[in-house]
Design a protein around this ligand. Sequence first.
Ligand code: SF4
Ligand code: SF4
Length: 337
Amino acid sequence: MFHWFNKNKEYLSCSWLEYGIYFSFNGLYHCCMFSHSHENDFPVSLPNANLTYNFKDFFNKKQLIRKQQRRGIINNRCLGCFSLEKKFWIPDNKIRKIAIGTNTACNSCCIYCTTPEKRKMLNKRPDIPIFEFFKKAINKDMITPECEIEFGGGEPTLMREFEDIMNYLLDKNFKNIKIHSSGIKYSSAIERALKSDCCELVISPDSGNRELYKKIKLTDKFDEVWGNIEKYNNAQNQIKTQVQVKYIIIPKINDSEENIEEFFNQIIKYNVKLIRLDIETNWFIEHNNPKDISQILNTVKFFINKARSLNIKYCNNATLDAIKNQYRDLYSSFIQD
Ligand code: SF4
Ligand code: SF4
């Protein structure tokens, strides 16, 4: 559709490379996947970018990347990435994807996130001043109205500027906001966004009883989190389902039928409409073989059958989707869509 101004050429690229910006604790990047490499020299990053938001410099770098992509040069780190697609890309200087994953403070301490020692260190990290970016970029008309804006870990509601940023985005009519929260601290800005159909909220208690919650989160906030899920649920505009409660299956921790039954008891009690299901990513990296995957898919099957029998909507999260893609036949022998 847009090929008339794109030199009539389809090419392999991804929406992050073309239009994305990722806020990390140490600067701005083109996508969040760099964090998977643990390397500082990821060539599509912006290692010299500071937080003065020099947009000219930023878009010049984007143009250089686009030039490479058009010539068919794919960065090694991007090879095989599921985000790559061949199509006509819009060549304008607009931001259409924003991810905020600054790895600063969190009020939870999930065993699959970082070790408790590292969490203590992360909790001391200062906030990154992101509100300034939004004000500048929106005033200069650099963010499209339909831009996807995603807040992730640390815990967004602990960011000093979070309520201000959210209220500003809502005032400016941004409707495509996604927030991953521990659910421990209630946010009136999230409530406002839910009421006006402008955000998806994902909370991952991963458990249906207090002891198990404590074991996974290393914090004793089970009742608070489910209480907040209920409040957000009541606030959400009922036309769209926006509050998503996630269950990350962690083998040997919360994968028994009893664990799953208890989780569904909470889902029913708090009238949750949409569940997001995933597999613990570190486990998948270490057990990426057909035998272990078969075992986990058996658990997934039990979980999904339970959701279906209760008529509760569910969807796969990223790691489960990756398993589904990699083990297509095996997956469909357990779960029929
Ligand atoms: S292709 Fe994948 S790794 Fe490369 S920039 Fe896009 S999302 Fe990141
Ligand atoms: S809520 Fe998110 S950021 Fe916080 S400890 Fe858990 S996984 Fe990490």
